[in-house]
Design a binder for this molecule. Structure first.
Ligand code: AMP
Length: 193
């Protein structure tokens, strides 16, 4: 089962991805987490990515595709994986399609967590206030930037996957458990239950 979780920052992709990991026993591939690990390790990629991430902008498609391409070849991905935070541009989506086609592996479903933007700002503020080690990009100013980047560069993936018949929309404004139930219903529908 290969699935994509789509939605703006703060929509709850990470939280829901962890629950899908429990349910399906396939790994969550969070490109944000991978980049933060690269920044912490001080690798070449990390050094290039840090300032871009702090500004709330997107790291280059080439770097991202390279990272994800290497990751999905690892042994824990043979049964499938959950993409959280990738793809984020149409270029990344096209390159992912090529990658998967080359490996003969189908993308099963894209689940969009649809949320209200005003509520997001509040959620991110709470996340920043509650977190012991708040992320450098969890500030109201950067969030606004990340939301506008989402609208401009990532939201076009919604019609892109809709046309391919892969998109399922889940109301991300409901409680965490209700969102999980709605996602589980989609997973059952696509044969992953
Ligand atoms: P996230 O944790 O998914 O919100 O990602 C944090 C930051 O990492 C984003 O704001 C981007 O700067 C960068 N990033 C994560 N995934 C991608 C991606 N697929 N393409 C480009 N930049 C990304």
């Amino acid at each position: 089962m290969i699935l994509i979780l789509l939605g703006p920052p703060g929509a709850g992709k990470g939280t829901q991805a962890e629950r899908i990991v429990q349910r399906l026993g396939i790994p969550q591939l969070s490109t944000g987490d991978m980049l933060r690990a690269a920044v912490a390790a001080g690798s070449d990629v990390g050094q290039k990515a840090k300032a871009i991430m702090d500004r709330g902008e997107l790291v280059s498609d080439d770097i991202m595709v390279e990272i994800i391409s290497a990751r999905i070849d690892e042994s824990d991905c043979t049964k499938g994986f959950i993409l959280d935070g990738f793809p984020r541009t149409l270029v990344q989506a096209d390159r992912l399609a090529d990658l998967l086609a080359g490996k003969g592996r189908p993308l099963n479903v894209v689940i969009e967590l649809r949320v209200d933007e005003d509520a997001l700002l509040e959620r991110i503020r709470t996340r920043a206030a509650e977190s012991k080690d708040a992320r450098a990009d969890d500030t109201a100013e950067t969030l606004k930037k990340r939301l506008s980047v989402y609208r401009e560069q990532t939201a076009p993936l919604i019609p892109y996957y809709e046309e391919k018949g892969l998109l399922r929309v889940v109301d991300g404004m409901r409680s965490i458990d209700e969102v999980t139930d709605a996602i589980n219903a989609v997973l059952n529908e696509v044969g992953a239950g």
